[in-house]
Ligand binder design. Sequence first.
Ligand SMILES: [Zn+2]
Ligand SMILES: [Zn+2]
Length: 248
Amino acid sequence: MILSDRHTHTTFSDGQNTPEEMVQAAIEQGAACIGISDHSYVPFDPGYCMDPDKHKEYIATIAALKEQYKEKIDVQCGVEQDLDSETPTDDYDYVIGSVHYLNCKGDHVPVDLSPEILRNAAKKYFHGDFYSLAESYYSRVAKLADKHPDIVGHFDLIRKFNKRGDLFDPSNRRYRRAWKTAADKLLAAGCVFEINTSPLRRSQSEPYPSMEIINYLKSRGAKFVLSSDAHRAEDVCREFGAFEFFIQ
Ligand SMILES: [Zn+2]
Ligand SMILES: [Zn+2]
């Protein structure tokens, strides 16, 4: 297998290391390709994403690293484009399309910050019905198909705080129908899915998407890429070993 990691974050958004440190970490891991994919700008939550003023510097920095390290590794310049982000993507080698927020009557509710935020959103906007919330989330994931990203990011991020099943039951019929509807739309659009290993660093047993979803996608001919969603150099290409089978 050719080792490649194209979902990584740097100090240009919410990562802890510079692009060069991430490139060097990938070389140490023996990777043939590293893609930097910092968060695109969203106006309602500027704290974690890339400042539009930094866009040119970002492109130039990655281009310089591509040249500097070309004998050792293929460096690519990507972006993790949130569904609600309207920044242009023409300058990037590739785009990861991701959903990080529910849109509840204009209120952008992050799905990956805390279980309390999700519980409150379920109460406030979905009559306490978490399956309605999940249906809303997956209807937004399905919308990624219209944007034709190269890679679909963390398909079931909504699962992040459901480690012990205290928010919802993943075998619930409505939950399954919600993700299958989104998966089918993305499959029909020819999207590639990432197998995102970041949950394994938080002592969860399954990546994004869950093994059930990976197997469903695989049975329908989906293509996968492995990615770490690393926000630190030490996490580049981490936990890839168990999933190499799925990307062949
Ligand atoms: Zn993300
Ligand atoms: Zn990410």
